[in-house]
Write a protein that binds this ligand. Structure first.
Ligand code: ZN
Length: 248
């Protein structure tokens, strides 16, 4: 059987689909994951969200319309399709033994950032620095369609987030609304009054409420949506919303 790495080196293209769906942590790829969960731990999830947020600066510099992040055992890969281009640029970096993909992606982003800054420091214009870096990494063999996700289909919530939503007495519709942050805060405020220990409320309930509030505010910073199967093995970025969506 071929490994992912072999698939990569053979034709230079990462496969975005796999025949059999295995339960794996979306952040680090480990299969040591509890049923029903999408991440092996909360830290692992926070780590990838943090690094993907970090990548947004670079993606905006490239004026990315779409981007995709994937990893194999040996590489991390960031594919970028700028608004004005028909060719994908592939940024690829060897994995460091013992590192999680998120750490390797962070290094890849910082490396690209350093290259960009070096050019700008040498009096290259910012737009030309971006163009040079993108052209240097052009990968004509990849079909740009590969990294274009379908429009968002539905919200994706972890079990923990679903529970938090329930505690705040909100539902999915509240999250789909443009006012979702206001709704979360209003609901929290209303319920905090009810459950505050100083007002005779239950301490444990109040703690749960605070946790739920924190959890849902965190969700709003990086809301996640289901995208189509073609991107099931990589994270996809949409430049219009500046958001990353997890693989299916
Ligand atoms: Zn993990």
């Amino acid at each position: 059987m071929k490994t992912s790495a072999e698939q990569l080196s053979e034709n230079g293209v990462v496969r975005y689909t796999t025949p059999a769906k295995q339960l794996k942590c979306l952040s680090c790829g480990t299969d040591r994951i509890k049923p029903g969960r999408r991440y092996c731990s909360r830290q692992c999830r926070q780590q990838i969200n943090w690094v993907l947020s970090l990548s947004k600066g670079l993606l905006r510099t490239f004026n990315a319309r779409y981007a995709a992040f994937s990893f194999t055992r040996n590489h991390v890969i960031l594919d970028v399709l700028p608004v004005w281009s028909k060719v994908i640029s592939r940024f690829i970096c060897k994995r460091t033994f013992g590192n999680k993909p998120a750490e390797d992606l962070k290094n890849l982003i910082l490396q690209a950032g350093r290259e960009w800054y070096q050019m700008v420091d040498n009096n290259t214009s910012k737009s030309f620095a971006s163009l040079s870096l993108l052209e240097k990494n052009h990968k004509e063999s990849i079909n740009p369609k590969n990294i274009k996700p379908d429009r968002k289909a539905s919200l994706r919530l972890t079990k923990h987030e679903k529970e938090s939503l329930k505690i705040l007495e909100l539902d999915r519709k509240d999250l789909s609304s443009d006012e979702h942050v206001v709704k979360i805060k209003a609901s929290y405020k209303r319920m905090a009054k009810l459950h505050h220990p100083d007002m005779g409320g239950d301490t444990e309930k109040f703690k749960q409420l605070n946790e739920a509030h924190k959890q849902m505010l965190l969700w709003t910073e990086n809301p996640q949506y289901a995208s189509r199967r073609a991107l099931q093995d990589c994270w996809s970025y949409d430049g219009v919303t500046s958001r990353w969506s997890p693989p299916l």
